[in-house]
Ligand binder design. Structure first.
Ligand SMILES: Cc1cc2nc3c(=O)[nH]c(=O)nc-3n(C[C@H](O)[C@H](O)[C@H](O)COP(=O)(O)OP(=O)(O)OC[C@H]3O[C@@H](n4cnc5c(N)ncnc54)[C@H](O)[C@@H]3O)c2cc1C
Length: 319
């Protein structure tokens, strides 16, 4: 059977969790087995995992799940995997997933692939494909152990939403005293998190300094978009680190990505080049980003961006 760790938070199954469930479902169909979603911590409607493809749900509760602790959570997931005799353990390649994948592989004596972008080919063993070299090439990896752990790249597939609610098995789980002590967490409020955003307005070093970000926020607000930035911008503390997209930042795949004053280095593109529509605003017609763009505006961002925002306002006002 296929066991899927479905990430949840704020009372719902997160988009990353939905994608992992649908991935697990597709894999289970290929393998001719059933799939079970495991949900850790409070969630009002765990049966909703069925909408995204889960045949069954194991809902594990206990104080250990009030805060994320990779060691404790990996132990809980592997306990369920062993009990259910899972042949595959699927999770998302999110920050939590990245912390869990290796730990689960060790606990389950499993081969693992992190960041898979397609359903495994089961024709000749279990072949899993993933992007390498900043997405410039694909590697195909054969997993030869009895248990296989696969984390799924964000936005690798569209979650299904038409499944039926799944039967839920409740499980109370208590952990030994954790080795990590939780002190506090700071949560970003009010915006759609980047991995889940449909529209993203992103800006780079062409902005010259943090004091100029007002025009980016105005455009994002008009579009209902989430803001992002290039790495040097976050490294210089012009913007918070959670906005950094790219190879070493968050990988995103929105419907619309507007890149403003960003050159389009390969490491930046690695995290954004799977966006559906890319719009680039740059004063340098030779900027590499234009090669990846669907639409390009060659011009000074300090003129172009306010005019674009105004044009959107006018369009909205005209209905
Ligand atoms: C191992 C490694 C990992 C990395 N990971 C990442 C990553 O995850 N994400 C990431 O972003 N980078 C990453 N980088 C850095 C990356 O190589 C680039 O240095 C970085 O993306 C450049 O950021 P930028 O485009 O904002 O700045 P710049 O390269 O300085 O580009 C600024 C752009 O703004 C334009 N511009 C300037 N003024 C204006 C104006 N007035 N109007 C319009 N356009 C203007 C310029 O023409 C230029 O194209 C990584 C690098 C390494 C070595």
């Amino acid at each position: 059977m296929v066991l899927i760790f479905a990430e949840s938070g704020d009372g719902k199954i997160r988009k990353a969790g939905q994608e992992a469930i649908t991935y697990g479902k597709r894999l289970a169909e290929k393998a001719g087995v059933s799939c079970t979603a495991v949900i850790l911590g409070p969630l009002d409607h765990p049966e909703d995992a069925g909408k995204y493809g889960a045949d069954q749900v194991v809902h594990v509760t206990g104080p250990a799940f009030d805060h994320f602790d990779a060691q404790v959570w990996a132990r809980a997931i592997s306990d369920v995997a062993l009990e259910k005799q899972a042949g595959y353990v699927i999770l998302s390649h999110s920050s939590r997933g990245k912390a869990l994948t290796g730990r689960l592989a060790i606990r389950l004596n499993a081969a693992c692939v992190s960041g898979a972008n397609d359903i495994p080919d089961l024709g000749n063993g279990c072949l899993v494909s993933k992007g390498v070299y900043s997405g410039k090439a694909f590697a195909t990896i054969r997993l030869e152990t009895d248990v296989k752990v696969i984390s799924v790249m964000g936005n690798a597939l569209q979650p299904m939403t038409d499944g039926a609610p799944a039967p839920v098995q409740g499980l109370a789980w208590s952990a030994a005293e954790p080795r990590v002590k939780f002190l506090k967490s700071d949560k970003v409020e009010g915006t759609v998190p980047l991995p889940e955003a449909e529209k993203v307005v992103s800006a780079g070093r062409g902005m010259k300094g943090p004091e100029n970000w007002g025009i980016i926020e105005e455009l994002a607000s008009e579009l209902g978009a989430t803001t992002a930035c290039s790495r040097p911008v976050a490294d210089s503390d012009w913007r918070p680190h959670h906005e950094h997209v790219g190879q070493t930042g968050i990988a995103i795949r929105p419907n619309l990505y507007i890149a403003i004053g960003i050159s389009g280095a390969i490491q930046h593109l690695a995290g954004v080049n799977r966006s559906k529509v890319i719009v680039v605003i740059n004063k340098d017609p030779e900027a590499p980003f234009f090669k990846a763009a669907d639409y390009g505006v060659v011009g000074d961002l300090f003129e172009v961006v306010p005019r674009l925002t105004q044009a959107i306002r006018n369009m909205k006002a005209a209905g």
